[in-house]
Write a protein that binds this ligand. Structure first.
Ligand SMILES: [Ca+2]
Ligand SMILES: [Ca+2]
Ligand SMILES: [Ca+2]
Length: 198
């Protein structure tokens, strides 16, 4: 019989127990194994006192037609989050640089496919600069605009998707440290996975 029991960790003063679970796993076939594991998850102690928060009225910045999606990411490496907006009715994306104090430049636009329905921002080529990935709904493809520095971008490179490419996320799905693209195809009733390779 295998028996494993881990207990007795001393809790550091600046950490608190987020969750404590006990896992009991038993196998009654080949070797009759029982494993009991106590897991303690520690997170920094935080002040959870409720605060009142209010917001100002909006300050507006012009975009293209029918802006349909937005993300915030630092595209020029100054530590300030910038705005990237998908102008679905203008077939472009707009980049508004953060000039401090929560104010932004007018948008600089970059062409996309037809009806850029949704976008995300991620460093897809590993150069440390945030790129733009856009789902071009009426073009049935995904566009990738690489960041060439100072918050400016290349023309898009397109990759075929299904009908009605509508949403994109970027994540490494196969553990090779290269970010992959997942796209929903609204007109095809499926989801597509585009693996990155060099
Ligand atoms: Ca910035
Ligand atoms: Ca990049
Ligand atoms: Ca990958």
């Amino acid at each position: 019989m295998f028996f494993s029991h881990t207990l007795g960790l001393e809790q550091p003063k600046d950490l608190k127990i987020l969750q404590q679970t006990t896992l009991i796993k038993a196998c009654f076939y080949a070797n009759f194994q029982v494993e009991i594991r106590n897991s303690v998850f520690l997170v920094p102690e935080q002040d959870h006192a409720q605060r009142n928060i209010t917001f100002t009225g909006q300050t507006t910045y012009s975009t293209g037609n029918a802006p349909n999606s937005v993300v915030a990411a630092d595209v020029n490496g100054d530590g300030k989050p910038d705005i990237i907006v998908g102008n679905a009715g203008s077939n472009n994306v707009g980049v508004l640089l953060n000039i401090g104090n929560g104010t932004f430049t007018t948008q600089t636009t970059y062409l996309t496919g037809a009806n850029p329905y949704e976008l995300t921002a991620a460093d897809v080529n590993g150069d440390g600069k945030t790129d733009i990935i856009v789902a071009n709904y009426n073009s049935n493809n995904v566009g990738v605009l690489l960041n060439i520095g100072n918050g400016t971008f290349t023309a898009q490179t397109t990759y075929s998707a299904g009908s009605g490419a509508s949403c994109v996320v970027v994540v490494d799905v196969n553990g090779d440290n290269k970010p992959d693209i997942i796209v929903t195809n609204a007109g095809s009733n499926n989801v597509g996975v585009l693996l990155a390779y060099c």
